[in-house]
Each structure stands twice: as C-alpha cells, then as structure tokens.
Design a protein. Sequence first.
Length: 367
Amino acid sequence: MQFQALIEKFLASTYYGNTGDKIAYFFALVLGVTVILKVFKLYFLSHLKRLAKKSKTKLDDAIVEFIDEIDWRIMLLVALIFSSRILVLQEWVSKWLWYFLLALLSYLIVKFVSKIIDHLIKDEIDKRLEADNADDTTAISVLGSILKVCLWAIALLFILSNLGVNITSLIAGIGIGGIAIAFALQKILEDLFSSFTIYFDKPFKKGDFIIVGTDMGTVKHIGIKTTRIQTLEGQELIISNRELTTARVNNYKKMEERRVLFSIGVVYDSTVAKLKEAKEIISEVVRGIESVRLDRVNFKKFNDYSLDFEIVYYLNTNDYNKYMEVQEKINWAIKDLFDRAGIEFAFPTRTLHLSNVPQKRSQSISG
C-alpha cells in the first residue's frame, strides 16, 4: 500500500513542468522504441543476409555489416531523443538534444558511406590480387583513406555550421594553412598525385619492360612515391613517379609486333646475277623462320666500300630474347648460304689508284 501511494504521489506531482504520468510515459516510450528498433534490426538483418547470399554485388554486404554494428546503445540514444519530444524542456536542452541528434545522424551516415568505400576498395584489391597485380593496390588503399578523411571533414564542418560556428573564416584559415603545407610538401604531393596518374592512366604496370631516357628494365614495384625497375644489368633502379609522368616512356610490353631492320653489305666485285641471288637467299631465309613475317628485301645503295641490302621483317612477340634468337638464326643461315654461293661479305677497305705520277728528282746539297 505504501509503494502504491508513492507511485500515485509521483504521478500526481509536477517536475520542471512535466507531470509524473508524462515522465512515466516518457520512460515507457524509451523502452518501447528501443525494443522495437532491436526487433526490427534482427528481422531486417536476417532478411537482408538471405538476400545478400543470393546477390553478387558487394554493396549489400556493406549494408549488412553496417546494420550489424549498430548496437543497443545507439538505439537507446535514438529512443531517448525521439521520446523527449513529449516532454516540456527548456530551450537550451531542446537545442542541444537537436545538436546531439544531428551529430549522431552525421556519424551514422559517414560510417555507412565509409563501409561502402571499404568494400569497394577491398573488392578492387581482391581482383588485382587474383590477377597477380598486387603493387597497384597501394594507390587504391591511399585513395580510399583520402576519401574517408574528406567525408569526416565534411561531416565536422556540417555539424559546426549547425552549431552556429562561422565556418567561412575556418575554411579560409584551413585553405591558407593548406597552401602553406602544399608548398612545404610540394615534391611529395607531386609524386603522390603522379602515382594516381599512373594508376588511372596505366601507361605501364608491373612486369612491363620500359625505357625511360637512357635507362631500361622491367617494372617490379609501383609505389606511392617511387617506381622500382629491374635493369638488364641486374641492379634496381628507383625513379620518382613525378619523373615518370613527365618523361617519354617506351613500353615494350604493349608492343604486339616487333619491327626489325638490318643491313647486309657485299663486295663491289659482285655481279648483278650474284646480287639477285643474294636477294633471293635473304628472302628465303627470313620467310623460313617461324613467327616471322617478311616485309621487304631491297638492294638499297652503293656504299663507300659495299653494295648494301636493307631487310625489314616483323616478329610476333615483344620478347627481346626471342628476337635475338630469331636474328641469330637468320644470320647463321645467310652466312652459310652466302659461303656456298660464293657471295662475299664486304668489310671496310680503301683502294688507291695511281697513274702518271711524276718522279721528283732529289737534289743533294753539300757544304
């Protein structure tokens, strides 16, 4: 009876403009909203998980993970803020409850978008790992981190703006500070953005054989600041990404066919018949090599000490070692057939023809 009297007294009393029964209704509503949100989460989450198993996209996995991470404390906070609308509150309390709700919603939205970014980044990294292209994943991870930092910065500015803070001067101050930092880190930022240029434009990738200026080698690693190349001599060459995006790069991995041009010179004593025979020999040799397409064989010019043939053929591979093997086969075969046909290769010579040279008399002077 005493406990019932206390309850009746509480319900009949007024506290800060709110009757006891209204306060009791507030707590019941908080409890009810929390339970409803919890049941809805369990039902919706189980239904969404079944759909996610049937779907091939990764976005529904991000939604499932985000909802699963919403615990009872966040639900309780939402219920408290929602239920407080039935109470008579002071203006400053209502204002701060609104600010708190705004911050909570901003936090949840940023967390949700961050989950989507994480899943997209992870999906892209997995694809590149399956394609044995793991070095390109560094730029993707950094890009994802930059996007998430920008999201949090935008959310913070949004909350400060609703709190009445003049963010115009704040943004101006951040902009001035950003310019100063950009000048201080100019070279690093150039390399960073150059790595993004390499990633998106894809002028080369890991495993490509490239030539940069006088340097050449196979790309072993593409990093945020530098790219590492294994040269033909064996040492590792480290080049800044900024230099790679401003220089001319020859990428031989992209070459589907290799065009090969070389010359052969025979001696001037060769007759026209021997020259025509030499042309036929060269043509047959090149045509007989597998994976080679002959373009032309021409008696090009009268050189200082040789009669020169120019040969052009195409090799259907970008492998330099394969090219050298094919060229060696061609050279062996041409040398062998020229020897059999009696066709001589030219070498640097100079012949002096002397005629009607007057002989000078030598005079002896005695003293």
